[in-house]
Design a protein around this ligand. Structure first.
Ligand SMILES: [Zn+2]
Length: 428
């Protein structure tokens, strides 16, 4: 069985500060439990493990054998899932570890198809690459709750939240199944229900797919033409509505989160128009994946912009690194702006021969993670990112977890940053 109590004990902010060895013990216990559950309940994973000579009982030294490629989550054959609802459901059933007992109708829009799954208890959060093929992660209600818990505990370990009292300004849509947007929305709403402002209303999956892969029919061509014409207006409206919120909250504590292009756009607008958008000194600014792959501006330049426009100490600008496949984020600590790996996540780096690199000192390799909190899919995944990690931890703060020194994408793997998707879809 899936031991939810064990997972809840592991996914807790206090584990950032506990002895490394003790937390490792707890984490390994949870990974072994989660592995056994998926081995017994996930057809795909079962076959994969057997191929690797792994059974339901695994030793810590074999963890590197059970990570599955992230491509699994876009391995469906059809071009448009909503047009082959039964076939697509079969694919979801194969990669998922919890049964889903309903027959999807589909045949409408992709957005309404995803809504059908969501209404039946399964979130299919997605991300998109430049090819336009969407990656889908099936999250049942427990896994969704662990995603919220994982984000909240990680943020709490860094920022000390006033739960129920924080005011959020989010540069992400109110309604979307784009995973990065969905995460920001549910986490903010769980921390301070009702105190969340969204700069956009809705971002439909169909529009994201169209913008990422380009139009495939004459109907889509017409749609694309109008969307392109609308974009500058949508972006400008988002910026002016955020600016309005900032003005309203002059000198007050707020948490402002959004993709870097929108933060930069807002800061430039404020400076060009001589607007007073100086928020409280105890506020926070957060962006996702801003410095992953193609940085729009350097961190130094961004720091200057933030200080000038919002009157905020750049140390309170926190960059987050996450993945659609993961329930967790790595967050900058305020002491040294170093991204910490959450204590509930095991990171394994692989060398060019796909051999695991010993977890000591500063090492660079292909990033894989083991995250036991995912119940509806195995959270043991290799990615297309190359990371440099310092296993010795942070020189600036008292957390005991390893830190992330740098991120780069592996060559020839398509760019799939969630922030990039938002920029391409929304930025005019
Ligand atoms: Zn630190």
């Amino acid at each position: 069985m899936f031991d939810t109590g064990l997972i809840e004990k592991l996914v807790s902010s206090e584990n950032y500060f506990k002895k490394k060895e003790d937390v490792e013990k707890l984490r390994h216990k949870a990974i072994k439990m989660s592995h056994k559950y998926h081995f017994e309940n996930n057809k795909f994973y079962h076959d994969y493990c057997k191929l690797k000579g792994v059974t339901g009982d695994i030793k810590s030294e074999d963890f590197h054998k059970i990570v599955i490629p992230d491509g699994v989550f876009k391995s469906y054959q059809m071009e448009s899932p909503e047009k082959s609802p039964q076939e697509f459901k079969k694919w979801v059933d194969r990669i998922s570890s919890v049964p889903l007992d309903f027959t999807p109708k589909g045949m409408g829009s992709l957005e309404s198809f995803l809504q059908e799954f969501y209404s039946n208890g399964m979130l299919l959060g997605f991300s998109s690459g430049t090819s336009g093929k969407l990656t889908f992660l099936p999250r049942d209600s427990f896994t969704q709750s662990m995603l919220i818990r994982s984000y909240t505990e990680a943020i709490d370990a860094t920022l000390k939240l006033n739960k129920g009292k924080e005011n959020f300004i989010l540069g992400i849509p109110k309604k979307t199944f784009l995973q990065v947007g969905f995460n920001g929305k549910v986490v903010a709403n769980s921390i301070s229900p009702g105190n969340v402002f969204h700069a956009f209303e809705e971002l439909k999956a169909d529009i994201i797919r169209l913008r990422m892969r380009g139009p495939r029919s004459s109907k889509e061509k017409v749609m694309n033409y109008f969307i392109k014409k609308m974009l500058p207006r949508i972006e400008k409206k988002a910026i002016t509505s955020i600016v309005g919120q900032l003005e309203k909250n002059q000198g007050k504590r707020i948490v402002f989160m959004g993709p870097p292009f929108l933060i930069i756009g807002t800061a430039n607008y404020v400076l060009e128009h001589g607007i007073n958008a100086k928020i409280g000194k105890d506020s926070f600014l957060a962006s996702t994946g801003g410095f992953k792959g193609r940085a729009i501006v350097s961190r130094d330049k961004m720091n200057d912009l933030i200080e000038e426009a919002f009157g905020l100490d750049p140390k309170r600008y926190i960059d987050l690194y996450g993945m659609t496949e993961s329930n967790s984020i790595m967050i900058d600590c305020m002491e040294g702006n170093n991204k910490h790996i959450p204590p509930w996540m095991e990171v394994i780096l692989f060398d060019e021969h796909m051999e695991p690199i010993p977890q000591e000192g500063k090492v660079t390799g292909n990033y894989a993670f083991l995250e036991p909190s995912s119940k509806s899919f195995p959270g043991f995944i290799t990615t297309g990112d190359k990371l440099k990690i310092d296993y010795e931890g942070c020189p600036s703060c008292n957390k005991t977890t390893p830190i992330l020194l740098s991120i780069e994408r592996l060559p020839r793997i398509e760019s799939r940053g969630c922030s990039g998707v938002l920029a391409k879809t929304v930025a005019g």
